[in-house]
Ligand binder design. Structure first.
Ligand code: IPD
Ligand code: CA
Ligand code: CA
Length: 276
């Protein structure tokens, strides 16, 4: 069953709905101390769920805003109705709708729609990855020092995240690290060859399910931080063009072991002598 056309039209409808709220600006609500949610997240999920129920009434669904339909179906949807809520709530135009479908536990179809740029990324297992209907491929950069990479930081349990050390080390070893605020779009940007790599701790299944398939179908590689297979419930997502994957894993091993860490510059020392 080719689900991609139906997923595309659902994602476009939800994306148009998001744009309406984005232009009107929305009130910020909180799920945790810095974990934001808006009416747009909920309305988008409701719209997506209604369309799935109309067209695929037997399918299971897991959505970030609370949808849990678990009937033991062979098909399971992962829905992030608005990835990049913090950006959205502040009027920063980097967000998307992310939809993935698993068949018997295998990711088979994915669609991610960025309504601000009208960019629709899609992939079907074994069929390659597309952007607005044209094929996309990961980059050919083979040297970590020439890479542009991306990461994200969690919005809850932020005090426990060690990612600032990874951010620092990778900033010193690449062309730079971007933190744009939408994990799903970060993965699409790896697939499209705009980023050479992406990593994040503690993402949820709805953040990664679609983007991982799109990266793999674009010729990239996705694993945990040790190079083991990526699992949907994994706390570690490392995606790359494949060519720099082992180099990234090596850097991660060094950082986890505390080896070769560049010291963070001291702001106190800087403040004493502003000419550093
Ligand atoms: C968040 C975004 C962000 C990532 C966070 C996610 P949300 O998803 O993908 O880039 O850093 O970890 O929770 O909450 O905007 O759907
Ligand atoms: Ca998300
Ligand atoms: Ca979300």
């Amino acid at each position: 069953m080719n689900l991609v056309p139906a997923m595309q039209s659902i994602a476009r409808e939800a994306g148009a709905l998001l744009m309406g709220y984005f232009r009107a600006r929305v009130t910020i609500e909180y799920k945790g101390d810095a974990d934001l949610v808006t009416v747009a997240d909920r309305k988008s999920e409701a719209c997506i769920l209604e369309r799935i129920r109309q067209q695929f009434p037997m399918h299971d669904v897991m959505g970030e805003e609370g949808t849990r339909i678990e009937s033991g179906s062979d098909y399971k949807w992962y829905v992030d109705p608005l990835d990049g809520t913090t950006n959205f709530a502040h009027g920063f135009p980097v967000f998307c709708v992310s939809l993935a479908v698993e068949y018997r536990g295998q990711r088979v179809a994915a669609v991610i729609y960025d309504p601000t740029r009208d960019e629709l990324f899609s992939a079907e297992k074994g069929g390659g990855a597309q952007l607005n209907g044209g094929p996309i491929h990961v980059s050919v950069t083979a040297n970590l020092g020439e890479c542009l990479v991306a990461t994200g930081f969690p919005s809850h349990k932020r005090h426990k995240s060690p990612n600032i050390y990874f951010y620092h080390q990778l900033t010193l070893r690449t062309h730079g690290v971007r933190r744009a605020g939408s994990a799903a779009l970060d993965l699409c940007n790896v697939a499209a060859g705009r980023f050479d790599g992406f990593w994040e701790f503690n993402l949820n299944p709805w953040d990664t399910a679609a983007g991982v398939l799109i990266v793999e179908e674009a010729g990239g590689r996705v694993t945990d931080f040790s190079g083991g297979p990526f699992q949907i419930a994994s706390q570690e997502t490392l995606a790359s063009n494949g060519l720099v994957h082992d180099a990234l894993i090596h850097e991660f091993q060094q950082i986890f072991a505390g080896r070769g860490l560049e010291e963070l510059a001291s702001p106190v020392a800087y403040a004493k002598d502003r000419s550093l």
